[in-house]
Design a protein around this ligand. Structure first.
Ligand SMILES: Cc1cc2nc3c(=O)[nH]c(=O)nc-3n(C[C@H](O)[C@H](O)[C@H](O)COP(=O)(O)O)c2cc1C
Length: 177
């Protein structure tokens, strides 16, 4: 069983990225389990002085969760042509550890825009030595309200797209190990 960790880069209650990662968790192929990380908003701001024995509990929990995962999926909005601070903060807690090194990772996109953030996130994650899967998944949910988001995410074509993206990402994970 492959254990995949999905992270949304948005803390918004009606987040389209969070809806997308939740839908991914409902459309897993056989042999995969997707767990959604919900601690982004509780992480202290990264400070290199707080590493080692001083690592805060929430940061340790994130590091352990990423370490245990076979792969990571991130779905993230773009703010001012960049990666939102909350997600970058989470990634910063992983930089000086082994958790990200060689860890298979895939990006999912809930917006057809966000091209600056996509490129920046891929560059950050490659720099951290994640093993980036070049394929990805895009389901356009930008500007949609929750009922419409759920309607789009339960369309059979989109359920199939999520399922298929997870199948190919799972193959990529197996190739890495
Ligand atoms: C402060 C702020 C800045 C934003 N800047 C951009 C931007 O530079 N480019 C873009 O495509 N969208 C931008 N957006 C729109 C969000 O990326 C978009 O609404 C996204 O779908 C929100 O994701 P969520 O539904 O998961 O919260 C911005 C939104 C906010 C709140």
């Amino acid at each position: 069983m492959l254990n995949i960790l999905a992270i949304s880069g948005s803390l918004r209650a009606a987040s389209t990225n969070s809806a997308l990662v939740a839908a991914l968790a409902r459309n897993t192929p056989e042999g995969c389990h997707v767990t959604v990380y919900d601690g982004l908003g509780r992480l202290p701001v990264f400070n290199p002085d707080d590493e080692g024995e001083r690592t805060p509990q929430e940061a340790s929990a994130l590091i352990d969760t990423v370490t245990r995962a076979d792969g990571v999926i991130i779905s993230c909005p773009e703010y001012a042509h960049g990666v939102p601070g909350g997600l970058k903060n989470a990634l910063d807690w992983l930089v000086s550890r082994d958790a990200a090194v060689g860890k298979p990772a895939m990006l999912a996109h809930a917006s057809p825009r966000s091209l600056f953030a996509r490129a920046a996130l891929a560059e950050i994650m490659r720099t951290m030595s994640f093993a980036m899967y070049e394929g990805g998944l895009e389901i356009a949910l930008l500007g949609k309200k929750p009922p419409e988001v759920e309607a789009i995410l339960t369309e059979p074509a989109n359920e199939l797209a999520m399922h298929d993206a997870l199948v190919t990402f799972a193959d990529f994970i197996r190739e890495q190990t």
